[in-house]
Write a protein of this length. Sequence first.
Length: 437
Amino acid sequence: MGITREGRTLIGRAEVVRRSAVGQLGALILVTGTVRLAFAAVLPPRFYSIDIHIWEAVSRVLLAGGNPYATTSLLYYPPLWMQILYVLGRISVHTHITLAHLIQVFLTGVDLVIVTLAYLFMRSLGVGKRAFWIALVGIALNPISIVMAVEHGNFDSMVGLSALATVFALVLWSRGAAPSIWLVACLTLGLGILTKTVPLILSPLLLVSWRATDWAARAVAAALVTGPALVGVSVIYALSPRQVAADLFQYRSAAGYFGVSGLLNLVVSGQAATAYSQVYAVIALTVVVVAALAVARARALSDFTIVLGGVLLLMWIPPLGSGYGAQYIGWFLPLGVVLFAISAGPLRVSLIVFAGVALVTYGFEYAFIPAQSPSVHGMLSPATVQTLFRLPLFLAYVGVLVVALGTLFKSTNTGFEKHAAGLPLGAAPTPAPPDRP
């Protein structure tokens, strides 16, 4: 039987949509890469952040045959970034391209993967043509994203990529995809943990539709999540156990410059900010346990809830954690862009306000704080001054967290999900997946 006229029309429309999506994705990749590499080409080295100079010092140790975990106190993470620095350092020696430029190129590549995944994720969520413009403004042309990749030069965007890929795979899994997709989510999370331990906070989301898996799959999943970091850390620990125990296992971010730790330092004392790190450990454990119980008990979670949960689990750490780094925004920025695309009402407004405050804050931060741009004077160096300077950003963080939590509770308890997810998208919340063998 031949294809009907209506069938041919539908096939033609699908082909047009596919070609349009390919063209939009190509444009996003081109803009993302061009803008970052052009900025890297014109940015004078005196504006590089202190992190780039740290990576140069680590690379010199590696190229001399040393162990930077043993001879320096510059690495506080599992070894993946050290391995990347070694490869980039070797390339730098053979090509005479500076390590700083190679780091910028590498992080630009990470952003290319991020913008690709974010666009595909939004299209899969039914965002349609708006996905191009949201990805263009939220990632490709986002000044914060550009500065993080080129001027700051830290690798937190790799955490954001891991989080984005994990949540994307979990959404597909919750819709009824094969168990292999769930294992992909476990793998991407495990690689994120190998980069930095922070993605561990997302582990409760792996319990989405966990009843549809068998014990063999769960055992493989546990190995994928924990194996890469355990193997990597065990190697560097065996070579320098005392230093790794001190620098990696006991590491805390710089306290007293932002958020709760900054306010404690400002109002009470620096000792209070340091003591808060003990309280924070309990809070973090509580968040993981509560989130794991909630996800495990749910028979099914919608796409919106999974994305919102991922953003919440990552976004509460910078303002409420025991320490802070400006680069931490990279953890949730890609997922935040996706959340914006599928949100509406107060949640979308809070995200817009946060984006505006963050742009202003980061613009001044990278102009006046020496740790970010050593070429400038110490006008904003004192911790108390930085805490006050970042206070609007802290309030914007809190605003998003409060609205997002309210939206989450409303959507799960009262069937508010369709409105909360901004379903002018026309899509219903994800139904419970069918039973899998």
